[in-house]
Design a protein around this ligand. Structure first.
Ligand SMILES: O=P(O)(O)OC[C@H](O)CO
Ligand SMILES: [Mg+2]
Length: 241
C-alpha cells in the first residue's frame, strides 16, 4: 500500500537504483498526449486519462494496440499505421525534451555517493537517442541502459522483463531484487517493478487517478521530495530535503 513515508524497518537495504525515463526523468509524456489528441481528433474522439494510464510505460507497439482498440478506431487505423502517423510529430518534439524537476539533482547525488544506478525505459533506441539528445551529461552517468527493444525484454511493462534485465547488468549482477529501488511514473511501470520483486517510489502525474498509487511503496509529488535516508541511501547535502 502506498505511503508518504517508507516503512524502512521491514525492508532489506537498498544498494542499487533503477530509473524509468519518460514522465519520470524526462518531461516527454506530454508529447505523446499532444500527438495522440491530434490523431484522435481526426476520428472525432477525445483522448482521456483512463486511456493515458493504460498506455504510458508500455512498448510502442503494445501501447499502439491499446490505443486503436480502446478508442474503437482499429477498423480505420491499425496499430502499425498509428505508429507511422505519430512518428513525424514525435520526431520533431523529442529533441526538445526537458528534465523533470529534481532528476538531475538525484542522479548527480547518487553518482557522487557511488550508488550504482541504471535506466529501464519502454522507449526504443531511436526515440531514446532523440529524447536524451540535450542530456548526455546526465544519461552518461547511468551504469547501463535497458531499452524497450532490447532482446531480453520479451514483453513490455507490466511484465517484469525490463527490470530483471536491469538487475542482471549491474557489476557483479544479478543484484537481488529486494535490494533495488525503482523510480516510476506509470501504473504499468509500478506493476512491472513489483512483479520483479523490487521496491517502487512512484512520482505520478497529478492527473492520474489516485487508485493507481496503491501498488507503489511510496508516492511523491516530485523527485525533489525524495528523502534518500528513508531508504538507507546517503542523504543529500543541500538544504532541499
Ligand atoms: O516510461 P518509459 O521510460 O518506460 O517509456 C515508455 C514509453 O516510451 C512512453 O510511455
Ligand atoms: Mg515512465
Amino acid at each position: 500500500m502506498a505511503n508518504s513515508s517508507a516503512a524502512v524497518s521491514v525492508r532489506k537495504p537498498i544498494t542499487h537504483v533503477v530509473f524509468d525515463m519518460d514522465g519520470l526523468l524526462l518531461d516527454t509524456e506530454n508529447f505523446y498526449t499532444q500527438v495522440q489528441e491530434i490523431i484522435l481528433a481526426r476520428y472525432n474522439r477525445t483522448f482521456d486519462w483512463n486511456l493515458k494510464a493504460k498506455m504510458m510505460g508500455m512498448k510502442a507497439i503494445e501501447a499502439a494496440r491499446v490505443f486503436v482498440e480502446d478508442t474503437g478506431i482499429s477498423d480505420s487505423l491499425s496499430a502499425e499505421q498509428f505508429l507511422l502517423e505519430r512518428e513525424e510529430m514525435l520526431r520533431d518534439l523529442f529533441p526538445s525534451s526537458d528534465l523533470m524537476p529534481g532528476a538531475s539533482r538525484l542522479i548527480r547525488h547518487l553518482h557522487a555517493k557511488g550508488v550504482p544506478f541504471g535506466l529501464a525505459t519502454g522507449s526504443h533506441r531511436r526515440h531514446f537517442e532523440l529524447k536524451t539528445h540535450k542530456h548526455g551529461d546526465i544519461f552518461s552517468l547511468m551504469h547501463h541502459v535497458v531499452l524497450g527493444d532490447d532482446p531480453e525484454v520479451k514483453q513490455g511493462k507490466p511484465s517484469p522483463d525490463i527490470f530483471l534485465a536491469a538487475a542482471k547488468r549491474f557489476e557483479g549482477g544479478p543484484v537481488d531484487s529486494s535490494n533495488i529501488l525503482v523510480f516510476e511514473d506509470a501504473p504499468s511501470g509500478v506493476l512491472a517493478a513489483k512483479n520483479a520483486g523490487m521496491s517502487v517510489v512512484m512520482v505520478p502525474d497529478p492527473r492520474l487517478d489516485k487508485s493507481f498509487h496503491d501498488a507503489a511503496d511510496q508516492v511523491l509529488n516530485s523527485l525533489l521530495d525524495f528523502n534518500p535516508s528513508e531508504w538507507g541511501l546517503p542523504p543529500f547535502e543541500d538544504n532541499r530535503s
